[in-house]
Design a protein around this ligand. Sequence first.
Ligand SMILES: N=c1c2ncn([C@@H]3O[C@H](COP(=O)(O)OP(=O)(O)OP(=O)(O)O)[C@@H](O)[C@H]3O)c2ncn1[C@@H]1O[C@H](COP(=O)(O)O)[C@@H](O)[C@H]1O
Length: 113
Amino acid sequence: MTNERDTLGSALDRLAATIEARRGADPETSYTASLLAGGAERCAKKFGEEATETVIAAVSGDADALAGEAADALYHLLALLAAAGVPPEAVAAALARREGVSGHAEKAARKSD
Ligand SMILES: N=c1c2ncn([C@@H]3O[C@H](COP(=O)(O)OP(=O)(O)OP(=O)(O)O)[C@@H](O)[C@H]3O)c2ncn1[C@@H]1O[C@H](COP(=O)(O)O)[C@@H](O)[C@H]1O
């Protein structure tokens, strides 16, 4: 259940579980099922559209619109991961490996390879 003090992490965990549960559901009644039925390519296209709409909202300076478009983008990103067979835990692990490593330091290390 949602509440106003929900963290983004717990909301994303529930959403990822919902998306997984919709795999194989009726595309007539579930938008997620219709999205997944189109495969990773369709999910990637939709994610690209929603990411672009997020950029437009950010540039417009409308904070509410940005929050809504960011939610659309995150939903479609989770659907893309599901369609591509990448568990959300793999993304969490990638983020965890980066914790405490400055992006500047990481980039400098890449350049010296
Ligand atoms: N979070 C979302 C969510 N965010 C956005 N969307 C849908 O994403 C769609 C994409 O938006 P567009 O404006 O691009 O829609 P469109 O032009 O009709 O889409 P296309 O025809 O291009 O595919 C819209 O239909 C939105 O309703 C979502 N659909 C579902 N969820 C979550 O998934 C759950 C399961 O949904 P169903 O699978 O539909 O039961 C829901 O309870 C929600 O929690």
